[in-house]
Ligand binder design. Sequence first.
Ligand code: SAH
Ligand code: SF4
Ligand code: F3S
Length: 439
Amino acid sequence: MSKTFFIQTFGCQMNEHDSERIAGMLDEMNFKENPDRDKADIIIINTCSVRENADNRFFGTLGLLKNLKMNRPDLILAVCGCMMQQQHIIDTIKSKYPWVDIIFGTHNIHEFPKLLSNILNERTKAISIWEDGEEIVEGLPSKRKHKFKAFVNIMYGCNNFCTYCIVPYTRGRERSRKPEDIIKEIRDLVDDGVKEVTLLGQNVNSYKGDENTHFPELIYALNDIEGLERIRFMTSHPKDLSDRLIKAFVDCDKLCKHIHLPVQSGSSKVLKRMNRKYTKEGYLELVDKLKNAVPNIAITTDIIVGFPGETEEDFQDTLDVVDKVRFDSAFTFLYSTRKGTPAENYEDQVPEDVKHERFNRLVEAVNSISAEKNRMMIGKIEKVLVEGLSKTNKELYTGRTDGHKLVNFEAPDNLIGEIIDVKITESSTFSLIGHAVNL
Ligand code: SAH
Ligand code: SF4
Ligand code: F3S
């Protein structure tokens, strides 16, 4: 009987996709996925380090797994992902959580089968971290979570060093894949039934594949792939949002009319200290350009509250941006100090109670706009890719609109994998309800 594995993934799409890669490699080694973590022969935890509670949750999980490991000494426990690119974390695991068998980082997932074989054959612990791999390893297998949509990495790493952020330290410097490798991967995915791709990069719009292929040119090239129906991308940095990319939204029919454009703060003073390289006015100008070129474009964002030195006035600027842009939705975060980042040493940290109080006001503002924007969708007919049954109501199907809004809807059985018209009949803050029409 083949051995089984369970992967627990924390963090962003980058990590989700890395987990698909790890599952693909295990599949090739003839391991089977096991939905029950506590029965699996191999447990892999793919970690995120972007905020402190991510680190804490991971150590909590490791603590719980100790008992399992004591009851089943043959269980193999592997940990990987962004936390493993930091020496202080590795040291903590080695000293306090010695029941971990395999540690690997974000630059060397392709070495996982070798590390695993070592341990299966010799039962020795395996630790392998790459400092900052410049090399891009092509051709790794991948076991997709969804049949009709796929993540495609187009670039890795980040050069921006926003002063709060750990990612440049855990994912290394920016490196872009060759356009021909990306096009080939997407053609193969389409042959395998994929209708929608999401292009991934920490800073996806700074992609430079070669002299003539920057991000917009890549989009134009992908728009020509026959059988591909939707292109999405994330995450873009406002500093790299060129006029040419805005034009691509107009010219490329497959490019979904949605952009995730993290603003982080509405205060130019805070933005400068965050090293974001744009101002409040610059951001608002970009949004105007986008809305003028693509009137119905959905704009979503990330916002951090309580960055060091943030005053009530700075926070009012953030609320003002929320009010002016009217984001379709926003991920809101309490600023969290990350070891090794410049902002760790800023002395004017904002007290916890002030952070929380601002956070609550921000969430309220953001949610009421999301709810209103969703309410405005009632009565409209939207194109939706039918992904499968809804998680919350098995009578309904689920999918996303072009603008990336989640819809649950009534539809006939045979439409999974199709892009169909759905009439929106109800709305809430985070999702829509409707039924298939024009069949
Ligand atoms: N590369 C992307 C996203 C990186 S992490 C980008 O540049 O936008 C995702 C989000 O986490 C960030 O956009 C930011 O809003 C948030 N984040 C990153 N570091 C953080 C920190 N130290 N504290 C709180 N939020 C943080
Ligand atoms: Fe982090 Fe900034 Fe890079 Fe995004 S652009 S990953 S927030 S350093
Ligand atoms: Fe987390 Fe790493 Fe993504 S730190 S947000 S998993 S790049």
